[in-house]
Design a protein around this ligand. Sequence first.
Ligand code: PA5
Length: 420
Amino acid sequence: MFNIDWQNLTQKELSREHLELAKRSVRDLMDKKRSGKIGFMDVNEGIINLKRIDETSSWVRDNFEDLVVLGIGGSSLGGKTIVSALTNKFSKKGTKVHFVDNVDPDYFTDMLDAIDIKKTAFNVISKSGSTAETMSQFLVIYKHLCDKLGKKEAVSRITLTTDPKKGALRPLESSMGFRTLEVPQNIGGRFSALSDVGLFPAAVAGIDVKALIEGAGERAKQASSEDIAVNDALKYSIVKYVHAQKGYNTCVMMPYSTKLFELSLWYVQLWAESLGKQGKGQTPIPAIGATDQHSQGQLFIEGPKDKFITFIGIKRHDNNVKIPEFDVDIDAFSYLSGHTMKELLDAEMHSTQKALYENKVPSVRIELPKLDAYHMGSLMMFLEVATAITGEFMGIDAFDQPGVELGKKYTYQMMGRKGY
Ligand code: PA5
């Protein structure tokens, strides 16, 4: 698990009513879990089919240099977050996993031009089996594979991750012989990172998926506690919620780690699509330290007092880079020599938090002991639970997305789909 530095926020801000609301909300969320309406907290080996993930990912790793994941929103961001956090982006070793989540014709063509189609497998992810972007990607890739390698190879190289029973993709398993994985029926897109959706690309990238679900599972166990001293996600969400009510209606996710930048983007989707409803919702902003200290940092520290910042720091990095001496003693940078990049990164994070504090901008700091699969699972589950509980505080359904569905319907209509 990990520590959270609360900056004394809880003692100051929480009233008896808030604590009552927190308890009630956990009860309501757990009722939904028990009834089977929501399944994202059911992460354990009994439920997740690790054998199937292992077999399918081993086949890809043994036979292909690249895996291209085609999907959008919750069918892309979770896997991308896990893979970016836990792999070496620059490495040429092993099967490389790429996420193409848009229908930008130039970007898509760049991908097709760059990959060796004979050495590439594809994973099409769509729970509904009807999202226009993903289905058009699927059609283009299938035709491309058929043209280059023939129909049999095309079918064999595309793994479909979709609803176990419903949707237009599922029947293709029996009718055409596509290999398939599952998005459980009671797990919506943005809550599906720790299902086959994110775990399969992660396994292909060589990530320890068992450790991921162990970390997530431990965190999910905490989620049933009504006590904020035990349930960190509950404490985090009530603290944020109380601040939102006071006008801190923008929430910034700022990990001090390049590898966690995708986590910021994933969190933005999770938070915005789950909680932006009925004229309500806090606006999430993705950021990254130390880079954003030279960009959005100015706004965070001295702009409108409407932001709540979440920092994420890493206690122990795998590598430490020492800053060496230079040939000439120059004031402007010789003070850095003898320190390490980690010391500098940590100093930047603490300095920013101090500057925010002095400017009365509330923040909390999550401290991961290490950036590994276990803690990544724990962190993602923590943020999922916090989002779901906030939905309960707000009295809204965090698991639907009527606005997104409306946009999808208009797209179908404009593109000539029957019945729209
Ligand atoms: O979180 C969500 O529900 C959405 O972001 C979906 O994941 C996204 O719209 C893609 O949907 P689908 O997996 O059905 O293609």
